[in-house]
Design a protein around this ligand. Structure first.
Ligand code: SF4
Length: 250
């Protein structure tokens, strides 16, 4: 028993985590999420009203299909010129958690899928540590085409592309959004002031809101690849997300 606990602890330490995950039953089918951490069980948090689910599952899928058709072979901004594939987003149309990153990178541009490079593999690991599969959640970006040399998206590009993501969020109506990194968080939270003075370190770890949907900002997986010591902070944020979801089912 002692040996197996030690193995688990070492496994999580290798991943850069400093605390163990919650024991979390299947989020899709379950009416109740089991939280194994006594420490978390004891804390009381006021329940947030769940966002109104505007669509049934077939309607959600229809809404996403209609959105994809509307986007088409989009040439609405200059990023269309350099892209290989437009990266629409993927996952469960009925997902309770939506992960939103910044923009496709090289690998995503080649494959036409979000978060499939090294950063994507780390995100997948995080999702799995949360007790979920990638197919249980929905993954998208603020921008749907790769900026050249992975530069930050420009204001005009974000302003042109963001309404598509807004419709995607409305169609899926997730219970929680996890915004990955500075640009995604800055955009979703509608932060006033220059991006350069916005700090994800100071914003992460607390719930904010986008149109009534709780938003948990956390570090972008690409940042975590460069700064693995901060993985445990992201894991704390993931635990807060699981806890809020479990409160929604009480
Ligand atoms: S980034 Fe968005 S707005 Fe620009 S071309 Fe791609 S899909 Fe269209």
């Amino acid at each position: 028993m002692q040996d197996s606990v030690k193995c688990v602890l070492e496994f999580y330490r290798e991943l850069g985590f400093e605390s163990l995950p919650l024991n979390y039953s299947n989020i899709k089918g379950s009416n109740k999420l089991r939280v194994a951490s006594n420490e978390l069980k004891d804390e009381k948090e006021p329940e947030d009203p769940s966002p109104v689910t505007r669509y049934s599952l077939p309607d959600k899928e229809d809404a996403l299909r209609a959105l994809r058709e509307d986007i088409g072979d989009c040439r609405r901004c200059k990023l269309s010129k350099g892209r290989t594939h437009l990266v629409f987003g993927e996952g469960d149309a009925n997902a309770r958690i939506m992960f939103i990153g910044e923009a496709p990178g090289r690998e995503e541009d080649v494959q036409g899928r979000p978060f499939v490079g090294d950063a994507g593999r780390l995100l997948t690991k995080l999702i799995e540590k949360m007790g979920l599969k990638r197919t249980d959640v929905y993954i998208a970006n603020i921008i749907k085409c790769r900026p050249p040399m992975n530069r930050d998206p420009l204001d005009d590009e974000m302003a042109t592309c963001f309404p598509f993501l807004d419709r995607q969020i409305e169609a899926i109506a997730p219970q929680i959004i996890v915004s990955l990194g500075k640009i995604s968080t800055y955009t979703l939270l509608g932060i006033k002031g220059p991006l350069s003075s916005f700090s994800i370190s100071r914003t992460r770890g607390k719930f904010h809101e986008y149109k009534g949907i709780p938003v948990m900002p956390t570090f972008h997986p690409a940042y975590l690849l460069r700064n693995p010591k901060d993985k445990w902070l992201t894991w704390d944020d993931a635990q807060a997300v699981l806890k809020k979801l479990s409160n929604n089912y009480k």
